[in-house]
Ligand binder design. Structure first.
Ligand SMILES: NC(=O)c1ccc[n+]([C@@H]2O[C@H](COP(=O)([O-])OP(=O)(O)OC[C@H]3O[C@@H](n4cnc5c(N)ncnc54)[C@H](OP(=O)(O)O)[C@@H]3O)[C@@H](O)[C@H]2O)c1
Length: 339
């Protein structure tokens, strides 16, 4: 099969590239070429945000499958519909599980859970993308399959909900025995998926004509609390027992509004998924990476090159400030209550 990935070298897509090549697919990657070219894949270097340059780079080729990892808005998918109309037998759109109803009214989350997220524009845009693509399916038989990943990580990211883009920052804090912020009581449930596990589901759907018109999430079946997740990161980092400061998401986002979408629209809610649909369509799909093992590999990746261990001093200062204010408030409350 002749496959095109738009992306192919990112957090989710790199593992799919690796597995698709291992399974012998003829794979082309379209991206801006900021990562080294992938051995075994054909490279098309283009910025998808430039429609004319992208159309010229793609020429009039036809594809068995196009997987688009980087469409975020209805305008993006409109461009893709125009670009691939009549030129692909399957178009896979990477949406997001954050599109599922928040707060969730029913567990576990299935693909029929309503798509309603009043808290995060990122998710509302993904919902609008899905709606536009399903309309294209109805009106012109555009062969869409929708994938909704939940938080999916690779070795280049330390995944805890209050962290910086320079994600080694939290490892450094844990190692220095500094407090780290955990949203809520840290007891809500979360599902963290390794990109190599996600890839098994995604690659299993490539060219699956029964999957046209269907949506799938692809996640691990390992369910952990945020406290367990922070503890696993601390163990992977060889840090002492972590000092977890539990702060309500409302309090965190009132002080640090940059976390509002990601917490209220996603990580402040329990996320437990029923993966039976992907297992029905891809019978050999099984997620095998436990978080404690995957995150240990991530810490190792950072350790093999000190230039990867960037620390976000500004984020550190604002977390210190938030923790200090929260603890001051608690002390004052204790005095007030005579405790
Ligand atoms: N990771 C998660 O936890 C998660 C969860 C839910 C949903 N998702 C969804 O999964 C998708 C992939 O996310 P990700 O984190 O794997 O992506 P990512 O790491 O940001 O990777 C993006 C890929 O696209 C390429 N790219 C970026 N901008 C481009 C442009 N303007 N033109 C051409 N190529 C471009 C990058 O290569 P170059 O930089 O070389 O161009 C890279 O190959 C997104 O749609 C996201 O919403 C992710």
């Amino acid at each position: 099969m002749k496959i095109l990935f738009i992306g192919g070298t990112g957090t989710i897509s790199a593992a799919c590239t690796q597995l698709a090549l291992a399974r012998g697919f003829e794979l082309t990657l379209l991206n801006r070429g900021r990562q080294p070219a992938w051995p075994g894949a054909r490279q098309i270097t283009a910025d998808i945000a430039n429609p004319a340059a992208t159309a010229a780079a793609l020429g009039s080729e036809h594809w068995d499958v196009v997987v688009d990892y980087i469409a975020f808005t209805p305008a993006d998918v409109e461009q893709r519909i125009n670009l691939f109309r009549g030129r692909t037998a399957q178009f896979i759109f990477i949406s997001s599980a954050s599109a599922y109803q928040k707060p969730p009214a029913h567990f576990p989350i299935t693909e029929s859970t309503p798509l309603v997220n009043p808290f995060w524009d990122y998710s509302r845009n993904k919902i609008a993308c899905e709606e536009r693509l399903l309309r294209a399916l109805q009106e012109e038989n555009f062969p869409v399959t929708i994938i909704r990943p939940s938080w999916t990580y690779d070795e280049r990211r330390i995944t805890v909900p209050v962290n910086s883009k320079k994600s080694f920052t939290v490892v450094d804090r844990l190692r220095r025995g500094q407090s780290v912020i955990v949203p809520g009581d840290g007891n809500s449930l979360w599902t963290m998926t390794h990109n190599t596990d996600f890839a098994k589901g995604l690659v299993g759907l490539l060219g699956h004509q029964g999957a046209i018109g269907h949506a799938f999430h692809i996640t691990s079946d390992e369910v952990l609390t945020w406290n367990q997740i922070y503890e696993s990161v601390a163990v992977a980092a060889g840090a002492p027992k972590p000092r977890l400061v539990h702060i309500a998401s409302d309090f965190i986002t009132a002080c640090l509004p940059e976390f509002a979408g990601g917490l209220h629209g996603d990580k402040a809610h329990t996320a437990v998924f029923d993966n039976s649909k992907i297992k029905r369509f891809v019978p050999d799909f099984v997620a095998t990476t436990r978080f404690r093992d995957g995150i240990a590999r991530s810490v190792k990746w950072f350790e093999t090159d000190p230039s990867r261990q960037e620390i976000d001093a500004e984020a550190n200062a604002s977390w210190d400030r938030l923790i200090a204010e929260y603890e001051r408030g608690l002390e004052k409350a204790l005095q007030e209550f005579g405790r």
